[in-house]
Design a protein around this ligand. Structure first.
Ligand SMILES: Nc1nc2c(ncn2[C@@H]2O[C@H](COP(=O)(O)OP(=O)(O)OP(=O)(O)O)[C@@H](O)[C@H]2O)c(=O)[nH]1
Ligand SMILES: [Mg+2]
Length: 294
């Protein structure tokens, strides 16, 4: 019996090592220990030579950014990375999930979803098989649902961020919803974005149903952060408390009364606040908001 991994797994591990070398070299030692363990497991028949223990754990923490359409998910990611990676705008801009990973090259690269099948950073071995599991027959259309982008931002090194299409009642498709569930399951941190311009339940019913109602009873509910973005838009009428209260009531109506709630705005794209006193107060509060969670 052969005691060494077959070629596909050797290639995969060598890609994994290259990525770790670029992003988190400390973990290289762990891979070599897994390889030793694999050899033992091949010998006693616990593992097939097409498998490795090293591929069964997610090496890169996954942060997903979900929520209502036009809430500012993509702008937030751009701001966090310090890189204009994602398109933004007031219309529903994104129609697929974008898996954002670290890239060596200074230029951002866009790769089709199928590229994820071969990327050892992503916690699925064959992403298209995973899509097939959640939406039968859709796996071969992986490019319709997913794309991959690389950014040279150091902030991305050692982690993966997923930007998502907003929840828009008209646009909702089953496969997208099921893929959302799947991504939520795999994520280590889930940021659920809401829009302070529309804090009332009607505008965010699907987000409430799907990302609040369905998640409060999960055993890993502590990985969800609920974020009311664009709170700068409450500066004009200087009523952020009323806006936040309306939002909290909508969440509470779905049963969410405890959790981590933040109200933030993105200073890159916010409307300038004319009143000096109000501006200072908003800026001070924003600094207190823990946007640095990632
Ligand atoms: N005033 C203000 N505008 C914001 C803020 N964040 C984002 N925007 C604007 O809101 C609009 C939508 O932002 P996006 O980042 O595209 O929102 P998104 O959630 O990614 O939208 P979809 O991908 O279409 O669901 C853009 O015009 C942004 O400039 C904010 O904190 N304050
Ligand atoms: Mg977007």
């Amino acid at each position: 019996m052969l005691n060494r991994p077959d070629k596909s797994i050797r290639d995969r591990l060598s890609k994994l090592e290259t990525h770790l070398n670029n992003e988190n070299p400390l973990l290289l030692d762990v891979v070599s220990r897994f390889k030793k363990l694999d050899t033992v497991a091949y010998k006693i028949g616990l593992l097939k030579t097409s498998e490795s223990y090293a591929t069964s754990i997610p090496w890169w923490p996954l942060v997903s950014v979900l929520g209502t359409f036009s809430a500012g998910k993509s702008s937030f990611i751009n701001n966090f990375l310090g890189d204009k990676l994602q398109l933004t705008g007031n219309q529903a801009v994104d129609d697929k999930f974008t898996v954002v990973t670290y890239g060596n090259s200074k230029e951002n690269r866009v790769l089709p979803g199928i590229a994820l099948n071969a990327d050892p950073r992503f916690p699925f071995y064959q992403m298209s098989d995973e899509i097939d599991k959640v939406a039968s027959g859709e796996g071969r259309r992986i490019d319709a649902y997913l794309q991959m982008k690389t950014s040279h931002s150091e902030k991305l090194s050692g982690k993966i961020i997923i930007d998502s299409p907003g929840f828009d009642a008209d646009e909702q498709r089953n496969a997208i919803l099921r893929l959302t569930d799947h991504i939520v399951d795999l994520s280590d941190l889930v940021l659920v974005f809401f829009d302070a311009r529309h804090p009332e339940p009607g505008a965010m019913q699907d987000t409430l149903d799907h990302l609040v109602g369905n998640t409060i009873n999960r055993s890993d509910s502590e990985k969800f952060l609920y974020i009311l973005n664009q709170i700068d838009t409450a500066a004009q009428e200087d009523n952020p408390e009323a806006v936040v209260a309306a939002w909290q009531r909508a969440l509470a109506a779905k049963g969410l009364t405890a959790g981590r709630f933040y109200s933030i705005y993105n200073s890159d794209v916010a409307v300038p606040i004319a009143d000096e006193v109000v501006r200072q107060r908003f800026e001070k509060k924003m600094c207190a908001g823990q946007v640095s969670y990632i």
